[in-house]
Unconditional design. Structure first.
Length: 566
């Protein structure tokens, strides 16, 4: 592993521990400071790189991450015990290959947008050093994703892994870092803490060298990110319901839901956590689920399952990402090893119903409602119990109903006939590919977007003066840009006259009415021929010119057939 992770922070920790002067929390704080200092130095170099060089670095890092997708997935499953190697491999490939395909053409360096006709130009500047909080459920894919979008935006990154996923997260970051440096990135542009503690993570988020926080994790950690005093993108929990309408293609809906539940054992926070079934199709749909390996629990099994799914008022972390047969064994009953998902009827939502919470495992609470309106209300109830702003799925072929769901649900991703886990991240839909999904104001987040490099940029806007907004003293406004006031004291709409720069008689005729031109000539003649134009309308007026002279006055006079200048 590169010296960044084993270097300054770790060596210092080793010496201080040997001297008996540093405990684990202080070691973590010190490593955060050391890695941030190194990453800031690297960032200050990379922020000057061209788009071409940045993209070369990104391609090298992306390829390295994609090639290591399988080995990183195996390491993550071994270290955390969550999910499946196949599922995590697919997520690692998505976080590199698919994300890069979406951002490859994105301009992130220098001039990124120009509109000469409106006089507007946009320049991108990196946000700075990013503190990246990485969850235990998706440790390698999230690390690969955040590293890639940071590189694309010319930002530095220091990752803080979950204590149960330190080694695999650090390996993912190091894989990207080695490839990036080999392609020309500054040493230390990507870093990962290996001395992990809550105190160290807080130091990382609050330190002066941190410019932005990307927080993916539990609600407590996300709240800490927002409370750090730094700009932060956090994500809320997902207690995502899937509504199956009577108009749905039931077999297709069952395939989509089972696909989502078996995708890394439902560890993506957007995966379905509950089914809301339209009563007329309940039995047929459950048969379609059973045909795909789902087990519909008896009332006794459902009670046992509820007991193992909840710990206190939240999910039991011991079931997260486990296989259905493992969870059933933990609960006290058995199902075939090839079972794909556990289904359990649930009469209500709330603290007395442990199956109605977010579980992040292939376990689905099943609600049955009469009609889409009742189904809509039940979905909202589920979202209010822990999934506000995140994701909802509707399996339906009636566009009017789909539209009503989009209007009424307090979520920012409404997926239609798609697997929820894959659809929300942009794998099976055209949503922006991302492993960090904002929940907007519904979920207490600053954005409802799927996060990408565009969120790691400061956009500087260069704006030229609109010619029509230039104050025109000759119109009687005295050089003041505020609108005039009518005789009644009511504000009137001021539409400034464009201020052309007449170069010839035709331009003068087009710019002024005859009465205006006569008035201009009279005042010009009274100026005593001093050569300074009093109107501020000719091409040679100060400050752009030095002297309008008598030529323009003569042209104006000729234009209306009036007397010539003296």
């Amino acid at each position: 592993m590169h010296g960044t992770f084993q270097g300054k922070g770790s060596l210092l920790n080793h010496h201080l521990r040997s001297a008996g002067r540093m405990d684990r929390d202080l070691a973590s704080r010190q490593q955060a400071r050391a890695l941030l200092a190194e990453t800031r130095r690297a960032y200050l170099q990379m922020r000057t790189f061209s788009q071409e060089k940045v993209d070369q670095i990104c391609v090298a890092a992306m390829r390295a991450g994609r090639e290591a997708a399988g080995s990183l997935a195996a390491a993550a499953v071994e270290e955390t015990g969550f999910g499946s190697v196949d599922g995590k491999t697919a997520k690692n490939e998505f976080a590199t290959r698919d994300v890069w395909a979406a951002i490859e053409s994105m301009k992130t360096c220098g001039l990124v947008s120009s509109d000469p006709e409106r006089g507007l130009y946009e320049y991108a500047d990196p946000f700075g050093v990013v503190a990246a909080i990485v969850p235990v459920t998706n440790p390698t894919s999230t690390a690969l994703f955040k590293a890639l979008i940071c590189l694309k935006a010319r930002c530095g990154m220091v990752a803080s892994p979950h204590p149960r996923a330190v080694q695999c997260t650090a390996s993912a970051v190091e894989t990207m870092h080695r490839a990036a440096v080999a392609a020309g990135a500054p040493e230390g542009i990507l870093n990962c803490m290996t001395e992990v503690s809550l105190e160290g993570t807080e130091e990382l988020m609050r330190h002066d060298d941190t410019d932005l926080i990307l927080a993916t994790g539990g609600s407590g950690l996300v709240h800490a990110a927002y409370s750090s005093g730094k700009p932060a993108y956090g994500v809320g929990p997902g207690n995502s319901p899937a509504y199956v309408d009577r108009t749905a293609d039931l077999e297709a809906a069952a395939r989509a839901i089972v696909s989502s539940q078996t995708f890394d054992n439902s560890t993506i926070c957007a995966s379905e956590q509950a089914l809301v079934l339209d009563r007329p199709i309940r039995d047929s749909f459950l048969q379609s689920m059973k045909a795909l390996g789902a087990h519909h629990c008896s009332s006794h099994e459902a009670a046992l399952l509820g007991g193992v799914c909840q710990s206190g008022q939240g999910m039991n972390p011991d079931i997260v990402g486990r296989y259905p047969h493992e969870i059933a064994t933990m609960a006290g009953f058995s199902v075939p090893r090839e079972t794909t998902v556990l289904l359990a009827d649930c009469p209500a939502v709330g603290p007395s119903q442990p199956l109605s919470i977010e579980k992040l495992a292939p376990v689905l609470a099943v609600f049955t409602e009469e009609g889409w309106e009742a189904g809509c209300h039940r979905c909202i109830e589920i979202l209010e119990y822990g999934g506000m702003g995140h994701t909802l799925v509707i399996h339906c072929t009636d566009d009017a109903i789909i539209h009503e769901f989009a209007l009424k649900k307090p979520v920012n991703r409404i997926l239609v006939n798609s697997p929820s886990a894959q659809g929300a991240v942009g794998l099976t839909t055209n949503l922006f590919p991302s492993m960090t999904l904002g929940c907007g104001s519904f979920g207490g987040n600053v954005t409802s977007d799927n996060i990408g490099p565009q969120h790691l940029l400061n956009i500087k806007r260069l704006a030229y003066l609109k010619q029509e907004s230039m104050p025109t003293p000759s119109l009687g406004y005295g050089g003041d840009c505020s609108p005039p006031v009518s005789m009644e004291g009511e504000e009137t709409l001021w539409k400034p006259r464009p201020s052309p720069k007449p170069q010839n008689i035709a331009a003068v005729k087009e710019a002024f009415t005859s009465s205006e031109l006569q008035d201009i000539i009279d005042r010009a003649l009274k100026s005593g021929g001093d050569g300074d134009c009093p109107f501020g309308k000719c091409a040679e007026c100060p400050p752009t010119g030095t002297d309008c002279g008598s030529e323009v006055r003569g042209a104006v006079a000729q234009a209306i057939g009036a007397r010539p200048s003296r």
